[in-house]
Structures are given as structure tokens and as C-alpha cells.
Design a protein around this ligand. Structure first.
Ligand SMILES: Nc1ncnc2c1ncn2[C@@H]1O[C@H](COP(=O)(O)OP(=O)(O)OP(=O)(O)O)[C@@H](O)[C@H]1O
Ligand SMILES: [Mg+2]
Length: 389
């Protein structure tokens, strides 16, 4: 049964893994992509995103496990028999065919001769009606990418797989195409599985993001949930920026109280993804934009009940909408603070003594056994992966 009332999820991976010799590219993975959703596989280079996508498409044979599309086990089906289409980064349009014929290709190959209506609909969908007679080289990168999407969608696949489809585009065009792809997905209602290493791209587009690290899904959820409630240091650092402060638990009740660098911090117990026991260690996390920066002279005006850390500004950068401060403190070096540029306090310059303060509810707790640097730009694992790419 593969009708549209089916609710068991459009793509279901059960214990799927891939090994090359003794190297495991994807560890046994269970994953359900809900029907009609925009799903992103996000992770650094080499973490196994493409391998996972290729196993869904049938281009790679899994070492273990089963691939279901709807209720159908397709593990042994060749790619062309799966109701799936893939759009790659190198979209490779047929250079000698015009846009109309590029889009019509899939239909013609299946022996369909009256293609006009469907091609017209696809041209409208990707807003390229006026380019039908152009050749690919006469189109911009973003327009060519839209043709590639139209060419894949005209076959009415159950699932569209996209492997870094925007990777070749410059940043501005990329941002525009992200919104465009999102609109197209909403309009056609087909399940999209989108692979990217760009966290902002995944968060902008996807309903659900699976964060992959070293061949495993580390956390899966809605973008805001992943951002606000990371459960590992990798997710906390890879999705945006986090301040992670090493602390010792002094009280473990509904509020957890910790000490760090001689000061006391507080956080809700239900925001801790690691067990908290008095005397134990905890990584205390807070996002840079949750923190307010006050000059030390104004410390008296800070409302009670807020977490506070005193320190000294070591660097500031003006970004336009915000100013980013780097603050060294006894609780941690190089703490990041983002302040919106509304009323800039000229005293907040390098060397200034400051108090960082924030609502304890915006604090999360992570297992202190993990590397604080996992998922950061300086992460050795990530550097290696980037070098290999
Ligand atoms: N045919 C192969 N033989 C051996 N190792 C492979 C093969 N294909 C992929 N790998 C390895 O498996 C790992 C995962 O590769 P994969 O292409 O899935 O990564 P990715 O997450 O898509 O990375 P990127 O963002 O760079 O595209 C990598 O370490 C890669 O070197
Ligand atoms: Mg890849």
C-alpha cells in the first residue's frame, strides 16, 4: 500500500549501515522521514550524508539494514525502479537541449509524447516560463539549479533527494534558492531529503534536521528545538555558537546550582541532558545572543535572579545588526556575546571590565565527559574532514 493516506512515514531506514572494508562510513541507523516533510541531513564533510542518501536512492548497497519507501521494502530494488529522484550539486543539464527539452526529458524517455501541459506546469513552478527556449549556458547558476529540480520533479517521485544542490552558488543566490526550494516543496507536497553541511541552510529550510557526526545521527529535531536544546557539545557548537562553561554541581534539585570560576550559576534541571549529582561535573551552556553585557560600573542595576559572570572584553567586532564581543572571565576564556545594535555603550571596548548576565532559564547542561571543542571550527576531526574534501 503506497497511497497518500499512508501515515507510516515516506522514507524509513531500519538498521541501515555502510562499511568500506574496515571503515564504517555509516553506523547502523534508524530514521523515519515523515511523508511530505522537508528533512535535512546536516553534518561536516565526510560524516556520511551522501552515503546515506545514496542508499535511499539505491545507488549504494547497504552493508546491513532495510530501506522502506512507504510500506514497501525497496532494499533490493535498482535505482530506476524506486519512486525516488536525485538532484546533485553538479546538476549536469543536457547542454545541447533547451530548458523545455531538459525538463521534458524524463517524460520522453518513458515514451510520453504529449508533454506540453506537464512541462508548462514545471516551468511555472520554478518560474522559468520565459526561459523555455534558452540553452543551459544562457542561464545563471540558480536558474540552472531550478531546471534540475523541475527535471527531477516532472517524474512525480514519491521522494526527492537533494545532495548539496546549492553548493556551487554564491552566498546571496544560495539564500534566495533556499527560500525558493522551500516554496517549491510546500507547493508540490513531496518529501524532500536535503543534504547540506551548512547549518543555516538546514535550519532555514527543513521541518526536521538530523545532525550527523562520524557516521551517526547525533540528534534529530525541529530546527528551533535543536538550537535551544542541544544534547551534545557537537550539536551545541555545530549549530550556531555556544558558550560552554566547565562547572561543578553544588546543588541538584529542580534548579541545578553550579560553581564555575568562583561564581555561582543556576539552570533548570529539565534542561540538563546529563545526570546531575552534587560534586559532579557539568558543562553549562548559553547562547551568545541570550547574554546581556553591562559595564562593571552599572553592575548594581542588574536585576536579581540572573546568572552573572564578570570578565574583561578582549575583542569586539561590529557586524551591522549586532556587535560581537569576546570576553575573558575566570569561568571561561573567550566567551561570546552578541548584542543588537540599538544603543551602543561606547565604554564596551577592549579592556573594559564587564558583567555578563542572562536568564537562568536560557541555560542548558551537557555531559562534561565530552570535548568542549567538538563541532567547532578548531575541532581536529572537522579540520581533517575539510582537508580531505
Ligand atoms: N567508495 C568508497 N570507498 C571508501 N570510502 C568511501 C567511499 N565512499 C565514501 N567513503 C568514505 O565514507 C565517508 C562518508 O562519505 P560521504 O560521501 O557519505 O560523506 P559526506 O558527509 O557526504 O561528505 P561531504 O560533505 O564532503 O560530501 C568518508 O570518510 C568517505 O571518505
Ligand atoms: Mg557528500
Amino acid at each position: 500500500m503506497t497511497d497518500s493516506t499512508h501515515t507510516g512515514g515516506d522514507v524509513r531506514l531500519s538498521g541501515i549501515s555502510k562499511s568500506y572494508g574496515s571503515f564504517t562510513a555509516v553506523h547502523p541507523l534508524d530514521l523515519t522521514v515523515p511523508q511530505g516533510s522537508f528533512f535535512a541531513l546536516l553534518g561536516a564533510s565526510g560524516c556520511g550524508k551522501t552515503t546515506t542518501l545514496r542508499m535511499i536512492a539505491g545507488l549504494e548497497e547497504p552493508t546491513t539494514g532495510t530501506v522502506f519507501l512507504g510500506d514497501r521494502d525497496v532494499t533490493d530494488l535498482p535505482p530506476y525502479k524506486r519512486p525516488v529522484n536525485t538532484v546533485f550539486q553538479s546538476y549536469a543539464l543536457f547542454p545541447h537541449l533547451n530548458i523545455y527539452e531538459n525538463i521534458a526529458f524524463g517524460l520522453r524517455r518513458r515514451g510520453i509524447t504529449s508533454v506540453k501541459k506537464q512541462v508548462g506546469e514545471m516551468l511555472d513552478l520554478v518560474q522559468l516560463g520565459d526561459k523555455a527556449s534558452h540553452k543551459p549556458h544562457q542561464l545563471s547558476g540558480g536558474q540552472q539549479q531550478r531546471v534540475a529540480v523541475a527535471r527531477a520533479l516532472i517524474n512525480h517521485p514519491q521522494v526527492l533527494l537533494l545532495d548539496e544542490p546549492l553548493g556551487a552558488l554564491d552566498l546571496k543566490l544560495r539564500r534566495r534558492m533556499q527560500l525558493e526550494l522551500k516554496r517549491i516543496q510546500t507547493e508540490v507536497g513531496i518529501t524532500f531529503v536535503h543534504v547540506t553541511h551548512d547549518q543555516e541552510e538546514a535550519m532555514t529550510m527543513a521541518d526536521t534536521v538530523a545532525v550527523m557526526n562520524g557516521g551517526r545521527v547525533e540528534q534529530l529535531g525541529a530546527p528551533a528545538d535543536l538550537y535551544e536544546n542541544p544534547r551534545t557539545t557537537f550539536v551545541a557548537n555545530f549549530l550556531g555558537t555556544s558558550n560552554l562553561i566547565e562547572a561543578e554541581v553544588v546543588e541538584a534539585a529542580s534548579d541545578v546550582v553550579v560553581t564555575a570560576g568562583g561564581g555561582t550559576l543556576r539552570l533548570p534541571a529539565n534542561r540538563c541532558s546529563a545526570p546531575t549529582t552534587t560534586g559532579g561535573r557539568l558543562l553549562v551552556g548559553v547562547r551568545p545572543e541570550k547574554i546581556t553585557l553591562a559595564h562593571a560600573d552599572d553592575a548594581g542595576a542588574i536585576a536579581g535572579g540572573r546568572n552573572r559572570v564578570t570578565g574583561r572584553i578582549v575583542d569586539t567586532s561590529f557586524i551591522g545588526v549586532s556587535t560581537q564581543y569576546v570576553v575573558d572571565s575566570p569561568a571561561g576564556a573567550a566567551l561570546q556575546v552578541y548584542e543588537q545594535n540599538i544603543e551602543r555603550d561606547s565604554r564596551l571596548a577592549p579592556g573594559a571590565e564587564v558583567v555578563l548576565h542572562w536568564n537562568p532559564a536560557h541555560t542548558f547542561g551537557l555531559d562534561a565527559a565530552q570535548s568542549v571543542l567538538a563541532g567547532t571550527v578548531g575541532d581536529a576531526g572537522l579540520d581533517e574532514a575539510e582537508d580531505a574534501a
